[in-house]
Ligand binder design. Structure first.
Ligand code: SAH
Length: 235
């Protein structure tokens, strides 16, 4: 089977692999567990100035990425990787969740279009049926960092990237809850002790303590997650 692949379309290919070339994801990239082809959108501009943007129809500030140039770049990506979901990173998209990350990591990979300026001409989004995904409710200056967030979250779930499978199973969001707190040696630091339960050697007690902490932290910080979990557990 071909390795998981992220095809990135960007005006700043030199940003990649960037942080994805280090640590877990970087080692996995070197080992061929995933692939990262990067296409320069400007290479698909046809006029002699190789322009990729133009002024907004209807007026206003900023520039808009041209539909024709974007679509040519997207078509080249699709031709090389026909089965991949096509995603436009956009603050108007559905915020990325661990659930969506899991489903993307389980598939063949992704084609990611990184916007710049005011964003992409709507006709390219519609004509190439791009799914819009957001990194969160704030505005970045380009889609590249959002693409890296999506790729990083997927790559760490690929088989062989993280050694111990259990370390994934207990993480935040995996069971609908935020994770419990972690501690390590020394046992006492600045007068602060590691909670007794964790030093008890009693596995049932440790599991119970962690579960209670998870629920307490989730209830305090993200009651929305807890409400959703109660609904999910009921169905
Ligand atoms: N005018 C747009 C913002 C443009 S920001 C608006 O108000 O919605 C320029 C580019 O950065 C976008 O095209 C998008 O690709 C990317 N971007 C900005 N914020 C993002 C976010 N929260 N998630 C994903 N991509 C984002």
């Amino acid at each position: 089977m071909a390795p998981w692949q992220a095809t990135v379309l960007t005006l700043f290919p030199e940003m990649f692999p960037g942080p994805l070339g280090l640590s877990l994801s970087g080692r996995a990239l070197e080992d061929g567990l995933w692939r990262l082809p990067v296409l320069q959108i400007r290479d698909f501009a046809k006029d002699k100035h190789r322009s990729v943007d133009d002024t907004p129809a209807g007026g206003g500030a900023g520039m808009v990425m041209r539909a024709d140039v974007a679509a040519s770049a997207i078509d080249a990506a699709i031709a090389a990787f026909p089965d991949a979901p096509r995603i436009y990173l956009s603050p108007r998209g559905k915020p990325l969740t661990q659930e969506r990350v899991r489903s993307l990591a389980a598939g063949p990979g992704v084609i990611l279009f990184c916007g710049r300026f005011e964003g992409l001409d709507q006709r390219a989004i519609d004509a190439r049926q791009l799914e819009e995904i957001s990194a969160g409710d704030y505005v970045l200056s380009g889609g590249e960092l959002a693409a890296m967030i999506l790729i990083d979250a997927c790559v760490r779930l690929l088989p062989g990237v993280i050694g111990a499978e259990e370390s994934l199973a207990e993480e935040s969001f995996e069971n609908g809850l935020l994770e419990y707190p972690h501690y390590t040696r020394p046992r006492i630091w600045e007068g602060l002790e590691i909670p007794d339960a964790l030093l008890s050697g009693d596995h049932a007690r440790i599991a119970r303590w962690r579960r209670e902490q998870s629920e307490r932290i989730t209830a305090g910080r993200r009651p929305d997650l807890l409400a959703r979990k109660v609904l999910d557990d009921a169905t």
